[in-house]
Design a protein around this ligand. Structure first.
Ligand SMILES: Cc1ncc(COP(=O)(O)O)c(C=O)c1O
Length: 463
C-alpha cells in the first residue's frame, strides 16, 4: 500500500492526530484535505488535483516547493553531522547562518539566538527582557505592552501576549504583566482621519505608560503588520512614533517579524526598510527556511547586550535554550534558502511584484461583497462583507467568507480563511500569470457565492 493511501491516513487522523486550533466537538471527525506532494507554487491533493498555495503554507514557503538546493543541503548536513549540543559544541551551519543574518538585520542587531520556531523566538525575546531588567537591578520593570489583534504564538507567554480574543476562551492566559492597547486597524478610525486615528493610538500608549509607570514596563512587542490578526497595516508613521516613546522610557521595542521577514514585505526585514524603525530585538522564523524545516530566532542589539554582558553581567547566565538551538540541519537549510533567495533575487523580485499583486487584488473591489483589499509586499487580503460599510465582519460575514474560501479550494486555489478575510501571501517566486490565475479564481468564487447570497454585480444604469 502506498504511503499516500487515503484509508490509513484517514484512520490515523480520526484516531491519533490532534490539530492546531482543534474544534473539540469534532475531535476525530475533522476531514482535512490530504496533500501528497508539491512543486513551485503548487501543492497536490490525494485525488490528483493541483492547487495554488495562496498562503504559502502558513506564510512561510518563500522560495516554493521542490527546491533541490535546500533539499541537498538538508541531506548533506543530516549525513555529516545531524546534531550537536549547543551548550558545549559549535558547528559551521549555525555560526555561518548567524553571521549571514546579522548582515541582513538593521542597525546593530548582530547577535543571533536560534530557537525552534516563532513562538519560542518570541518567548526567548520576552524572557530576555525579563533577564535584562533583573540583571540591571530593576526587578519591577517587567510589564509587556501588546495590541489587540496581535498574534505571537502558542507557548504560554507568547499566547498570553496574543490579542486575538477568539484564542482566549478556556485558557488561563491572563497575566498581570501584559497590557493590551487598541488594534491599529485603520478601519477602526471611524470618522477620524488616519492622522487623528494615529494620534489617538499614540496618546493611548503614552497614557498607558503613565498609568502603569514607565519603570514597570519592560517591552513593547509588535508585529510590523499584524498578520494572523487580519493583515492589519498600521497607519503611516505608527512604528516610528511608538519606537520614539519606547526610547524615551527605556522600554525595549521587540519587532515580531516571524511573518514579515525574509522577503514577505519585499525586504529581508521589514522593520527599518518598510516601517522606519530599528528595533532592539527582532524575532524571525517561517521564511528563514522557507518552511522546509523548523527554525526561528531572535536578533538582539549590541547596545542592549552591552548593558547586561561583560563586566555588567554580574555573574548572570542567560539560562534560556533549547535542545535544538543552533540545530545544524535547520541552520544548513536556512543558509541554502538564503543563498537561493540571493541567487534568484527573490526579495528584489517580490518587491517589484508587490504593486502588481496589490492591483490584482484591488481589481476585485468592483465585486459586491468585497469591502476592501489591502497588501504590503506579497502579503494581502480581500475583506468580504455582506454589508461593506461595517468595519469588521459579523458571524454572517465570516460564514460568507468561508464559503468563498471553500469555493476557491474547489476551483484550485488555497486561501487562508481568517474571519471575514481571504488571506493571500503566495510563495515569493509567483509570476504575474500565476497572480492572474489566483485572482481569476477569487473573482469567480466571490461572484458565485455573492450571487447565492443575493448580491449581484452592479449593472450600469440604462441610458
Ligand atoms: C507574528 C507571529 N509570531 C509568532 C508566531 C508563532 O510562530 P510558530 O507557529 O512558528 O511558533 C506566528 C505564527 O504564525 C506569527 O504569525
Amino acid at each position: 500500500m502506498s504511503e499516500n493511501s487515503a484509508a490509513p491516513i484517514k484512520k490515523a487522523l480520526s484516531r491519533n492526530v490532534m490539530l492546531p486550533a482543534q474544534d473539540m466537538a469534532l475531535l476525530g471527525q475533522t476531514s482535512q484535505p490530504i496533500l501528497t506532494h508539491a512543486d513551485g507554487i503548487y501543492v497536490y491533493a490525494d485525488d490528483g488535483r493541483r492547487l495554488i498555495d495562496g498562503p504559502a503554507g502558513m506564510w512561510c514557503a518563500q522560495v516554493g516547493y521542490g527546491r533541490r538546493e535546500i533539499v541537498d543541503a538538508i541531506a548533506h548536513q543530516a549525513m555529516v553531522l545531524p546534531y550537536a549540543s549547543p551548550w558545549y559544541m559549535a558547528t559551521s551551519p549555525a555560526a555561518r547562518l548567524a553571521a549571514r543574518i546579522a548582515e541582513l538585520t538593521p542597525g546593530d542587531l548582530n547577535r543571533i539566538f536560534f530557537t525552534t520556531g516563532g513562538s519560542t523566538a518570541v518567548d526567548s525575546a520576552l524572557r530576555f527582557s525579563e533577564f535584562y531588567n533583573n540583571v540591571q537591578g530593576r526587578p519591577q520593570k517587567k510589564r509587556i505592552i501588546v495590541r489587540y489583534d496581535g498574534y505571537h504564538g502558542s507557548t504560554a507567554l507568547a499566547a498570553a501576549c496574543t490579542g486575538r480574543t477568539g484564542n482566549w476562551p478556556n485558557f488561563d492566559i491572563a497575566d498581570e504583566r501584559i497590557s493590551f492597547l487598541s488594534s491599529p486597524n485603520p478601519r477602526h478610525a471611524g470618522n477620524r482621519t488616519q492622522e487623528a486615528f494615529l494620534d489617538d493610538l499614540v496618546q493611548e500608549f503614552e497614557d498607558r505608560i503613565e498609568a502603569l509607570g514607565p519603570d514597570t514596563i519592560a517591552a513593547f512587542l509588535a508585529e510590523p503588520v499584524l498578520a494572523s490578526g487580519g493583515v492589519i497595516i498600521p497607519p503611516k508613521g505608527y512604528h516610528a512614533r511608538f519606537k520614539a516613546i519606547c526610547e524615551a522610557h527605556d522600554i525595549l521595542y521587540i519587532s515580531d517579524e516571524v511573518v514579515t521577514a525574509f522577503g514577505r514585505c519585499g525586504e529581508w526585514f521589514a522593520s527599518e526598510s518598510v516601517f522606519d524603525v530599528v528595533p532592539d530585538i527582532i524575532t524571525f522564523a517561517k521564511g528563514v527556511t522557507s518552511g522546509y524545516v523548523p527554525l526561528g530566532g531572535m536578533a538582539i542589539s549590541e547596545k542592549v547586550l552591552e548593558r547586561v554582558s561583560g563586566d555588567k553581567a554580574g555573574g548572570s547566565y542567560f539560562t534560556n535554550g533549547y535542545t535544538y538551538t543552533n540545530q545544524p540541519v535547520a541552520c544548513a537549510a536556512a543558509l541554502a534558502n538564503i543563498e537561493l533567495m540571493e541567487r534568484e533575487d527573490v526579495v528584489v523580485r517580490a518587491r517589484a511584484m508587490a504593486p502588481y499583486f496589490a492591483q490584482a487584488l484591488a481589481s476585485l473591489r468592483d465585486l459586491p461583497g468585497v469591502a476592501e483589499t489591502r497588501s504590503v509586499g506579497l502579503m494581502g487580503c480581500v475583506q468580504c462583507l455582506l454589508d461593506p460599510t461595517r468595519a469588521d465582519g459579523n458571524a454572517d460575514d465570516k460564514a460568507f467568507t468561508l464559503e468563498i474560501d471553500n469555493r476557491c479550494f474547489e476551483l484550485g486555489l488555497i486561501v487562508r480563511p481568517l474571519g471575514d478575510l481571504c488571506v493571500l501571501s503566495p510563495p515569493l517566486i509567483i509570476t504575474r500569470e500565476q497572480i492572474d490565475d489566483m485572482v481569476a479564481i477569487m473573482r469567480r468564487a466571490i461572484s458565485e457565492v455573492g450571487a447565492a447570497h443575493g448580491l449581484h454585480a452592479r449593472v450600469p444604469a440604462a441610458v
